[in-house]
Ligand binder design. Sequence first.
Ligand SMILES: Cc1cc2nc3c(=O)[nH]c(=O)nc-3n(C[C@H](O)[C@H](O)[C@H](O)COP(=O)(O)OP(=O)(O)OC[C@H]3O[C@@H](n4cnc5c(N)ncnc54)[C@H](O)[C@@H]3O)c2cc1C
Ligand SMILES: *[C@@H]1O[C@H](CO)[C@@H](O)[C@H](O)[C@H]1NC(C)=O
Ligand SMILES: *[C@@H]1O[C@H](CO)[C@@H](O)[C@H](O)[C@H]1NC(C)=O
Ligand SMILES: *[C@@H]1O[C@H](CO)[C@@H](O)[C@H](O)[C@H]1NC(C)=O
Ligand SMILES: *[C@@H]1O[C@H](CO)[C@@H](O)[C@H](O)[C@H]1NC(C)=O
Length: 483
Amino acid sequence: MRLLTTLSLLATAGAFVAGSTVARADLKGSLRALHINASFPGDASYASASSAFNLRFTFKPAAVTYPKSPQEVSEIVKIGAAQKLTVVARSGGHSYIANGLGGKDGALVVDLQNLNQVSVDSSRGTAVIESGNRLGDIILALGIGGHASFGGFGFTSRQWGLTLDTITAVNTVLANGTVARVTNQNDPDLFWGLRGSASSFGITTSIEVTTFAAPPSATIFQYAWDLNVTAAANGIAAFQSFVQTNIPPHFGGEINLVRGPTAGTVTFTLLGGWYAPVDGLNATLAPFMRQMPRAPRTTVQTGTYLDSAVVLAGGSLDTKSKPDGHDTFYAKSLMTPEGSPISHGAIVAFVTYLAKQGFASKTEWFVQLELYGGKNSAINAVAPDATAFAHRSSTFTIQFYASAPGKVPPYPSYGFTFMNDMVKTLTDHSPKNWDYGAYANYIDDKLVDWKQRYYGAHYARLRSLKDKYDPQDLFTFPTAIEE
Ligand SMILES: Cc1cc2nc3c(=O)[nH]c(=O)nc-3n(C[C@H](O)[C@H](O)[C@H](O)COP(=O)(O)OP(=O)(O)OC[C@H]3O[C@@H](n4cnc5c(N)ncnc54)[C@H](O)[C@@H]3O)c2cc1C
Ligand SMILES: *[C@@H]1O[C@H](CO)[C@@H](O)[C@H](O)[C@H]1NC(C)=O
Ligand SMILES: *[C@@H]1O[C@H](CO)[C@@H](O)[C@H](O)[C@H]1NC(C)=O
Ligand SMILES: *[C@@H]1O[C@H](CO)[C@@H](O)[C@H](O)[C@H]1NC(C)=O
Ligand SMILES: *[C@@H]1O[C@H](CO)[C@@H](O)[C@H](O)[C@H]1NC(C)=O
């Protein structure tokens, strides 16, 4: 028994050692026997099949498979388990750290691009969305699989919640190959875990969701200023106060900060969506606008809901017409607690850093303060323990993102330092034990305390679920729940 185990482990390890192709041949043979399309090292298709969105990563999967049904996903999961490979799902492939390739060499990748059906039942207000869809096909522009697994934020989220909050059932393939339809009725524990940490428990083949009636009118607004440190800091503080007033749920937005035109400045943009007749927008924004310098560069586009999605997608929702742009980048996130707003000292230190070090940096960077909370937010109306998503009392999810010069490899080491120091300006000027979180869809391969920041108090419960549903750790990646 013991000897057998050792032998099979050796055979598996052999798959990654040049010259030994025993396990790899088995893998190929097993997939071929079932007529499952796959790309292997050495195939002409392998370079593009295994390329990551973030070119900082160049992982070499054992194979990239293209199942056409949940049953084929199940077969692949069983083959992976038999071969003692790590199995990982890829939907849109947009993971910031290439977790859709397993986040390391040697994974068996299950690419869901052929599972791309969407069926809508308008009388019941529901839809079934297979995981390989891009949000552009659904309405925006990404893979739904990862997006819905860990959150799913957009400017409609203050009104409609996160993508994962709309899920009523998850169709998934578990580690033992079982094809399951998981609901709050038949398995409340697993259903809880799948909404916030799906990838550690199974491969989602489709989600069943509640749909919302498209609003009759939608406006995308953008106001931009070039500001010195004092004015930019006042702008962030003013926005943070403004969102605590009685703003409606159909107001969504973010503050974007990028390098300013001169040293000591930043370009500050309020970008957002207003999902109601446009004549109410100015009055809602007035208390904030009064605190900002006059005459921003303004773009206000009003149309249908579909028009607004096209504007946000940069002109087209057709995910086939435009090739996927790659990038070479490092990103971090910080979710700010509503109970302890960002202090003025932290805001000033942060903006000072952006206006000085940010102006000098050779990286191409941006910062986004996305509005999750404020008064009347559907995201924060969900009870903290209703889903595995751990953050139901954040004001902002701040995304910090810096690309290599020209967006091409190699990623410079000064980029990591620049980003870590940027985030430290906020945390160092905040209360000790400031209870901030991080967003698992802006996944950070260098976040040391990620269990706490991504999952907070939910990690322990997720860990016991992992023990029950994936005791062999088949679904493993760098930020997976550990058995
Ligand atoms: C240009 C860009 C814009 C973005 N904008 C937003 C935004 O507006 N709002 C927002 O919330 N996020 C946004 N994101 C982040 C995005 O939500 C995440 O990167 C998300 O994880 C991508 O999902 P994916 O399916 O494309 O990625 P993948 O790389 O395919 O997967 C990401 C992770 O999910 C797992 N996974 C994928 N499919 C499945 C499945 N079917 N079952 C189980 N696990 C699966 C993968 O194994 C991996 O761990 C953006 C990202 C990019 C690159
Ligand atoms: C296999 O999948 C790849 C990627 O989707 C595709 O280009 C190729 O045509 C597929 N081959 C077959 C035989 O289906
Ligand atoms: C910063 O900008 C504000 C608004 O434009 C202006 O009133 C102020 O004088 C500027 N401060 C400095 C130090 O330049
Ligand atoms: C909103 O205010 C701007 C000036 O800030 C003005 O140009 C615009 O016409 C106003 N829009 C509406 C619908 O009142
Ligand atoms: C597979 O795992 C699930 C969840 O633990 C369990 O309910 C089911 O009985 C298992 N199926 C088989 C065939 O072992």
